[in-house]
Design a protein around this ligand. Sequence first.
Ligand SMILES: [Zn+2]
Length: 286
Amino acid sequence: MNVRTDMAESIFNLKKELCEIGRNIWLRGYCAGNEGNHSVRIGEDRVLCTPTGISKGFLTPEMIVTVDMEGNQIDTHNKYKRTSEILVHLAIYKKRPDVKAVIHSHPPHATAFCIADMPLPEGIHPEAEVFLGRVATAKYATPSKQDLPDSILPLIGPETNTVLMGNHGSVSFSTSLVDTYYKLEILDAYCKLLILAKQVGRVNVLNPAQMSELLEVKANFGIKDDRLACAADGCVGALQNDEFLATFGDVRPSGAMAGSGGGEVSEAEFEAMVQTITDQIMAAAG
Ligand SMILES: [Zn+2]
């Protein structure tokens, strides 16, 4: 087999992979109707991306479109047209040469945080800390306009792999399509847990010592995280946890917020709780 045939085969395999990932995205309910788009970088000036107006659940390889880094469609014979959100993908590829795949989606649990305009809390679930790290939320921007990549790009550092889009959804990116898809899954699973914890009624935030130890484990996996340098001093959650934790009202035993071992109730809080319960019993007894 010559080099040209080899390359054609590997591109065809990538197109099939884009279809398979699309089917998973659709089956898991991350994209309804024709929502969402994903792409993979195949060369310095070439990107394969999903077409506009097609459900991610029913993609076939011939529907996959090839564009250059300016968003021009290369396979002009293709009756399918590139996604209208290609600008977001290309902006990320340009900013981060290490990124090989991008998925934009509307995972419902994560998108609930976007539409609530609530920063995603951190320091709560080990998997999310190791595989996502800090996830920032961009201000709302109109889809398919340059405003959208402009709103996201300033939030992308060398370690970022996921950004939430105000009132809209998520964008995940990594060194392979499969790994990018895992970021999306982990994001929505984490947000689902947070929403369930809200139903259960409280959340325990990992304390600085626990976070520091976890980020050391992450470093040992070879995944960089800036927060390792300051986790022991309580930087994790300091910027973005207050709004979510405030929704729990007074029943919030939080390690980071209380600055103690986490989950412990002070004597004063305990006294107040006893008083409240006593008052309720007395009121019920008439
Ligand atoms: Zn979208």
